[in-house]
Ligand binder design. Structure first.
Ligand SMILES: [Zn+2]
Ligand SMILES: [Zn+2]
Length: 342
């Protein structure tokens, strides 16, 4: 196939035809399925890239291309469109989360482990629920995100995870959920119900829960820096490595500011628990690799107090503050009649 005979003018004509027919009809007429990830973006609208190029070839080349005429993937087509001066957007629907799979699997189980057709009201209803912003944000979806056809496909994939079936598209998480439903059906049905209730209750609330660390800091005070700092020091693998390193050095896993030890207080439940605080703020260090020595072991209370205001406290400043404060608390409580010193 030669891309040379696809011209910008032909692509523009294809966009007009797409607008005239509407997406579904255009795709049907040209014989293409929905684009997976690459869309031509024009005047704020998204167009399925291959279908557009296929149609355009019918104008400036010898004949329209069908889906089977394309040897390369969407990426090749995207490159061509960019070379012609069009803007191309890469969009991929987020993968199914475990919660979503549990809901779809409950549907499959209720239908005797068979694929559930997109016309079924239960599928339409589940599609509607998953399309709300309760699980995935509205941004970064393609127009077919979790539509009834997608839900039907998922039910088919789940069926194919049953033993003795030829697996179509099911992944590890799908298999896990299917196995759980077969081993503990009533427990999994309860879980599905609980998920559904939670999602409905969430409704159109904000996508993510507010981070208490960010509550006191407004956007114009530099919450972006704090956000980046927190993301860096909340890395689970970094924390694991830091704790392992501290152990190797024979150090106690306790707060460097106040001495709090989670294991001493909470027993096994608190073992190996501590947060990490990056001593050098991101805006001073720049995006360099975090060294374990840059991290301080800090308990959750102290960590929150460090970041409470725009001017973060250094760990030694917090230690001083605690020392001063403890002195005062003792004196203050002695002053109050009837109260025990702490
Ligand atoms: Zn921190
Ligand atoms: Zn502490």
């Amino acid at each position: 196939m030669a891309f040379d005979d696809v011209t910008g003018a032909a692509v523009t004509a294809a966009l007009q035809e797409f607008d005239r027919l509407g997406r579904d009809q255009f795709l049907e007429a040209t014989g293409f399925g929905h684009a997976k990830s690459y869309f031509l973006e024009h005047d704020g609208n998204l167009y399925d890239s291959k279908a557009i190029v296929g149609y355009a070839h019918g104008i400036s080349g010898d004949r329209p291309w069908r889906a089977s005429d394309f040897s390369g993937g969407e990426k090749t087509v995207a490159d061509l469109l960019r070379a012609l001066g069009f803007s191309v957007r890469f969009v991929r629907n987020p993968a199914w989360t475990r919660d979503e799979i549990v809901l779809a699997c409950a549907l499959v189980e209720a239908h005797d482990w068979r694929t559930v057709a997109q016309e079924r009201p239960e599928v339409v209803e589940l599609s509607r629920l998953l399309q709300s912003r309760a699980i995935h944000p509205l941004e970064g979806r393609t127009s077919d995100f979790r539509n009834p056809a997608g839900v039907e496909r998922k039910t088919g994939d789940l069926v194919s995870c049953l033993p003795g079936h030829r697996r179509t598209n099911g992944n590890r998480l799908d298999i896990e959920v299917v196995d759980a439903f077969r081993a503990r059906p009533s427990e999994m049905r309860d879980e599905a119900r609980a998920i559904e209730v939670a999602l409905r209750e969430w409704g159109d609330g904000p996508h993510s829960i507010e981070d208490p660390d960010l509550l006191d800091v407004s956007a114009n005070e530099g919450s972006a820096v704090l956000r980046a700092h927190l993301r860096r020091e909340r890395s689970a693998s970094l924390r694991r490595r830091k704790i392992a390193d501290a152990r190797r050095q024979g150090r106690e896993i306790a707060c460097e500011a106040c001495g709090f030890n989670f294991e001493t207080t909470y027993g096994d439940r608190g073992a190996d628990y501590i947060e990490c605080h990056h001593r050098t703020p991101l805006h001073e260090s720049g995006p360099v690799r975090t060294r374990l020595d840059d991290l301080a072991l800090i308990c959750s209370n102290c960590h929150r107090m460090i970041h409470r205001t725009v001017a973060w406290l250094r760990v030694d400043e917090l230690t001083d503050l605690l020392r001063r404060q403890r002195g005062q608390t003792t004196v203050a409580s002695l002053d109050r009649p009837g109260s025990e010193p702490v």
